[in-house]
Design a binder for this molecule. Structure first.
Ligand code: FAD
Length: 429
C-alpha cells in the first residue's frame, strides 16, 4: 500500500471509470488506481510506487485530451488538479502548480497576463505545457512552452528536480509527458490593456482571406489574428478573420467585405475567455458530452491554399457540425522556439484544425479514420501534427513526427524515464 502519501489514493470503480474518459470520449483505458496528490513529493512517491509494481503512470490535468492521452491502462494516474495553487505573482513572472487552470492563473495575475496562453482557459498549465500550447498570441510571443522560465518536475525515476534550461527542460516542454511530470511552472507575465478591440472580417473566398493573413503577418497592427472557415447554414462556407488589437487599428489595405465587418470592444478577460460562450452553448444542447474527433495540424504557407481547398471539398458541413469550425491561422515559424513543437519548414506556418462538433455520436469512428487520412495527406506536404488530436499514431509515426528532434527525446527518455513508466497514452515509446 502507498502509505507515505499526504494526499489520497482511490481504487473505487467510479473514480477509475472517470479517469478512463476524456473530452474526446473516444478511448477508454481504466487505471488500477487514481492518486490525488497533496504535494510534489506525493507525485514522486506515486511514480516510484507505480514503477516498483511495474505499472505505468500518467498525470491527468483537466482531461481535455481527445484520444486517451492522459490514460494508463491498468496503471496509476495522478489527478493533478489537486495541486492548483498560484504561488508568487511578480511583475514579470508567476509560479503556479501544474494543476492550476489558465483561469486560476489569470484570476491572480490580471492586469498582467501570461505571455503564452491557450485560447481556452479551462486547461491545466501542466497539460498545456505537455503539448506545447498554442493561442492567439503565438505570432507575437510564441507557444505557451516558449514562455515558461522554470519548471519543477518529477522524472520517471521518481526524482523531484528543477530545470530552467538544458536537456531535461527541453524534453519537458511539448514533450508529451514522456520524461517527467510537471509539478510547478514559472511563467513569464506581460502587461495587457484593460480592453481590446475585436474585428470580425469576412471574405468572399479562401484565397482572399489567406492573402490578408500574409499581409497582416508582416505588420503588427493587430496583437492576434485568427482565421476560421465556418459551415454556412445556407450551404457553402464562410471565411472569417478575427483580428484583435490593443487599441484602435486601421483596416487600410485589407480586402475583406467591409460592409460586413463587425468591430466591438471587450474587456481583456472577456476576450481571453471567449470560448466560454461556445462551451455554454454546447453544454446546453448536449454536444459537450458527445465524441470530439478533433484534428489539429500545422501546414506551410506554400501548400496551405491547396491543402485547405482540397480538404473543404472532402468535408461535409455535417462532419464539422453547426458549432464546428476549420481553423486557418497564420504565424511566423520563427516565433516558436520549443524544439519538440514540430512545425513545417516554411517561414510562415498555418494552424489548420478541424474542430469537429458532430451532432450525433455514431460518426466518431469514421471521423477518426478520416482524421488519419487528412493527417497523412498533410504530412505528405511537409505539414506536421499538433499532438492534441484524435487519431491513432504508431511509434514509427512519432519518430517521423519528431524528425531530427527524436534522438534527443529518446536520450532524455533513457536518462529520466529508463523504465518507460510515464504517459503511455501517447504511445511514443
Ligand atoms: C475545449 C478545448 C479547447 C482547447 N484549446 C486549446 C488551445 O487553445 N490551445 C492549445 O494549445 N490546445 C488547446 N486544446 C488542447 C489541449 O491543450 C490539450 O489537449 C491539453 O493537453 C489538455 O490539457 P489538460 O489539462 O486537459 O490535460 P490532460 O488532457 O489531462 O492531459 C494531456 C496530456 O498531458 C499530460 N499531462 C497532464 N498534466 C501533466 C503534467 N502536470 N505534467 C506532464 N504531463 C501532463 C497527460 O498525461 C496527457 O498526456 C483544447 C482542448 C479542448 C478540449
Amino acid at each position: 500500500m502507498l502509505t507515505a502519501l499526504d494526499g489520497e489514493i482511490h481504487f473505487d470503480e467510479p473514480t477509475r471509470a472517470a479517469a478512463a474518459d476524456d473530452f474526446g470520449h473516444l478511448v477508454h483505458r481504466t487505471p488500477y488506481a487514481v492518486v490525488r496528490p497533496a504535494s510534489a513529493r506525493d507525485v514522486a512517491s506515486a511514480v516510484r510506487w507505480a514503477a516498483h509494481r511495474r505499472r505505468r503512470f500518467a498525470a491527468q490535468g483537466c482531461r481535455h485530451s481527445v484520444f486517451g492521452r492522459s490514460q494508463a491502462d491498468g496503471g496509476v494516474v495522478a489527478d493533478m488538479t489537486a495541486l492548483r495553487a498560484v504561488h508568487a505573482v511578480g511583475d514579470d513572472r508567476v509560479t503556479v502548480d501544474a494543476g492550476a487552470t489558465w483561469r486560476d492563473v489569470l484570476a491572480a495575475t490580471l492586469p498582467r497576463v501570461p505571455a503564452g496562453l491557450p485560447d481556452y482557459l479551462d486547461l491545466s498549465v501542466g497539460g498545456t505545457l505537455a503539448v506545447g500550447g498554442v493561442g492567439a498570441q503565438i505570432s507575437r510571443r510564441g507557444a505557451v512552452s516558449d514562455n515558461v522560465l522554470e519548471m519543477e518536475v518529477v522524472t520517471g525515476r521518481g526524482e523531484l528536480l528543477r530545470c530552467s534550461g538544458g536537456d531535461l527542460f527541453d524534453a519537458v516542454g511539448a514533450g508529451l509527458g514522456q520524461v517527467a511530470v510537471i509539478t510547478r511552472a514559472t511563467l513569464a507575465l506581460v502587461p495587457a490593456p484593460a480592453h481590446v478591440r475585436r474585428h470580425l472580417l469576412f471574405y468572399p473566398d479562401l484565397a482572399t482571406m489567406l492573402a490578408d493573413q500574409r499581409l497582416l503577418a508582416r505588420d503588427d497592427r493587430f496583437a492576434a489574428v485568427q482565421g476560421a472557415v465556418l459551415a454556412d447554414p445556407a450551404g457553402g462556407w464562410t471565411f472569417r478573420l478575427d483580428a484583435v488589437a490593443d487599441g484602435d487599428a486601421t483596416l487600410t489595405g485589407l480586402s475583406d467585405d467591409r460592409p460586413r465587418a463587425q468591430v466591438t470592444t471587450s474587456t481583456q478577460l472577456d476576450h481571453l475567455d471567449r470560448l466560454a460562450q461556445l462551451e455554454r452553448a454546447l453544454r446546453a444542447n448536449g454536444q459537450w458530452d458527445l465524441p470530439h474527433p478533433w484534428l489539429t495540424t500545422f501546414v506551410g504557407d506554400a501548400r496551405i491554399e491547396a491543402v485547405v481547398a482540397a480538404e473543404l471539398d472532402r468535408l461535409t458541413p455535417a462532419d464539422l457540425g453547426p458549432f464546428g469550425q476549420v481553423v486557418v491561422s497564420a504565424f511566423p515559424g520563427r516565433s516558436v522556439t520549443s524544439p519538440l513543437l514540430r512545425l513545417p519548414a516554411d517561414d510562415l506556418c498555418f494552424a489548420f484544425n478541424l474542430i469537429r462538433v458532430p451532432t450525433t455520436g455514431d460518426t466518431a469512428d469514421r471521423l477518426v479514420a478520416a482524421n488519419r487520412a487528412v493527417y497523412e495527406r498533410i504530412r505528405a506536404t511537409g505539414g506536421t501534427l499538433y499532438p492534441a488530436s484524435a487519431l491513432p499514431m504508431s511509434q514509427e509515426d512519432w519518430r517521423s513526427h519528431f524528425g531530427p528532434a527524436f534522438e534527443r527525446l529518446r536520450e532524455a527518455k533513457e536518462t529520466f524515464d529508463p523504465d518507460r513508466i510515464l504517459t503511455p497514452g501517447y504511445e511514443v515509446f
